[in-house]
Design a protein around this ligand. Structure first.
Ligand code: SF4
Ligand code: SF4
Ligand code: SF4
Length: 308
């Protein structure tokens, strides 16, 4: 956690509006981030996906998310990310061509959602780069939803104590150290990696370190000339890089993947924060009071450490 963010958090916790406004310009300026050496992620390849949606149901099961059901109690496949859906398979068309597309959190190298979250409920793990969520600090402001360039975080509107819902790369399942297979690819024992990758019958979505996945994408492109619309993976550079990468036979923007600059987009988050700091005193006071109340309720626990 950088001193500027720690300072901002502490002044917010104390409801120090003037101090928060003074700290804001410091928080607005910072260097782009790079992926940690052990950054984990996924590679999804549209040319291998058959749309079976095994990954969707495995994700719901692994994350204790109750699926939608029809009148007979049968599971309904979700059509988009939602409060019960961290992973969805969509079907896109480009003229006569079609493609499946797996949508979930991309675990950005420089996540705008985490930057927008003033109470640091969303944090990037310094070792794996997984963007995790701690609901105990969340006040339900949904600034993370506004900041995410991929429209990923969803909110449990129907619950009395709602939380944000998004893929956390099944971090609760990953317990053991990774092993390398004969090809040098990172493998986990059954049940100890992302459920979606484990059940995919086509290796359309695979798990590994970001470096491995970039190499795997390059291998597939080289061994299959002409198969992909672009001979590159989406996410290597977009938005400062993501840890979930895509190979596609359709243009990326036809799959709902936005064209983004190579730099990170936390400036969106900072624009939100700047608006709060400079334009709206009341929300800052509210945040300070809420944060102070939460920490009082959690007596003895220190404020969360974050990568600033
Ligand atoms: S895709 Fe959205 S929710 Fe996921 S890490 Fe990036 S900004 Fe956050
Ligand atoms: S990594 Fe886990 S939470 Fe994320 S999409 Fe896959 S199964 Fe769902
Ligand atoms: S399990 Fe694999 S092949 Fe089936 S829909 Fe998911 S990504 Fe596609």
């Amino acid at each position: 956690m950088t001193p500027s963010r720690r300072t901002a958090l502490k002044v917010l916790a104390g409801g120090g509006v003037a101090a928060a406004a003074a700290a804001a310009p410091v928080a607005l300026a910072r260097e782009p981030k790079v992926a940690p050496p052990g950054a984990m992620g996924m590679l999804y390849d549209t040319t291998r996906c058959i749309g079976c949606k095994a990954c969707v149901f495995a994700c719901q099961q692994a994350n204790d998310l109750e699926p939608e059901r029809d009148a007979e109690g049968l599971h309904l496949a979700p059509v988009d990310l939602g409060a019960r859906t961290k992973n969805v398979i969509k079907l896109y068309k480009d003229g006569a061509r079609m493609s499946y597309m797996k949508a979930q959190c991309l675990h950005c190298v420089d996540p705008a959602c985490a930057s927008a979250c003033m109470l640091h409920s969303l944090q990037k793990d310094p070792k794996t780069g997984v963007v995790g969520y701690d609901p105990s600090y969340c006040v339900g402001c949904r600034y993370c939803q506004m900041a995410c360039p991929f429209g990923v975080p969803k909110f449990e509107f129907a619950k009395a104590v709602p939380k944000i819902v998004k893929c956390e790369l099944c971090r609760h399942r990953v317990k053991a150290e990774a092993k390398q297979d004969a090809a040098g690819f990172t493998r986990y024992a059954s049940g100890e990696g992302p459920a979606c990758c484990e059940v995919c019958p086509r290796e359309a979505v695979v798990y590994g370190t970001r470096d491995e996945l970039i190499a795997e994408a390059a291998r597939r492109i080289k061994e299959n000339p002409g198969r992909y619309f672009e001979d590159r993976a989406y996410g290597v550079k977009e938005a400062g890089g993501t840890q979930v990468l895509y190979l596609s036979h359709l243009p990326f923007d036809k799959l709902g993947l936005p064209s983004l600059p190579d730099r990170g987009v936390p400036h969106v988050a900072y624009t939100i924060q700047e608006g709060l700091y400079k334009g709206f005193v009341a929300p800052v006071v509210l945040y300070g009071a809420l944060a102070a109340a939460m920490w009082r309720n959690r007596r003895g626990s220190a404020p969360p450490e974050v990568q600033g």
